[in-house]
Write a new protein. Structure first.
Length: 218
């Protein structure tokens, strides 16, 4: 899945990413740091580090920091984690897939919160579908103006995965072929494309890098 800031930092060395993780740890004054805390204070996105090193916990280990056990996990954190796991697997996660590495939380965490694993998935779908209600306001001006942010939020990522399925729309490859899936703007954001469901697609990392900033319609 595409994390928008990585588009600008694709060639950043691993050590620079890890150094920023350690910097945030120093800012917080402790050697434990959560996914959300890094998103608030880091130069990059926590998802970028998770993608580069295989998982958020793997990045924490590489930086010689300690994993955080957060007992006050929000529903938002749980659902964002499901999007990550779904992207890694290329399919809807099953409870046995929620193990350290692909997932930051166990299936028991979801079952405890939502009574059953099936109940957790049902709540996840409701959460994702709320994003369909978000539509950019039409600008009341004759010139082109920006209506949506470049960043693809977690809800939209989930919706695109459920809509497109676990395969790259250009080459058909999926995680079983050794590629990672990204969510990409069909018409580039830099060329006026908006961050809405209709303008998003699933691409593998190879096609996404190859496509770059090209507009498929041109």
């Amino acid at each position: 899945m595409k994390y928008e800031l990585e588009q600008f930092h694709r060639d950043i060395p691993d050590e620079e990413l890890l150094a920023d993780l350690r910097r945030v740890s120093q800012v917080l004054g402790r050697n434990r740091i959560t996914f959300r805390e890094y998103n608030e204070k880091g130069r990059f996105r926590a998802g970028t580090l998770a993608e580069r090193f295989g998982s958020w916990h793997a990045a924490i280990d590489k930086a010689n920091l300690q994993r955080t056990i957060n007992r006050n996990i929000s529903d938002e954190d749980l659902f964002e984690n499901l999007v990550e796991v779904w992207t890694t697997l290329g399919r809807q996660p099953r409870c046995r897939d929620l193990k350290p590495g692909p997932s930051r939380f166990s299936w028991n965490t979801y079952a405890s919160r939502f009574r059953t694993w099936r109940g957790a998935l049902a709540q996840f779908v409701r959460w994702a579908n709320e994003g369909q209600l978000e539509r950019p306001a039409v600008a009341n001006t004759s010139k082109v103006s920006r209506r949506t942010p470049r960043n693809i939020n977690w809800r939209l990522r989930a919706l695109v995965l459920m809509h497109d399925g676990p395969r790259c729309r250009l080459c058909g490859a999926g995680p079983s072929d050794g590629v990672r899936l990204h969510v990409d703007h069909i018409k580039p954001w830099s060329k006026g494309g908006e961050t809405v469901l209709e303008n998003l697609q699933v691409l593998c990392n190879v096609c996404n890098i190859g496509k770059g900033d090209l507009d498929r319609e041109n």
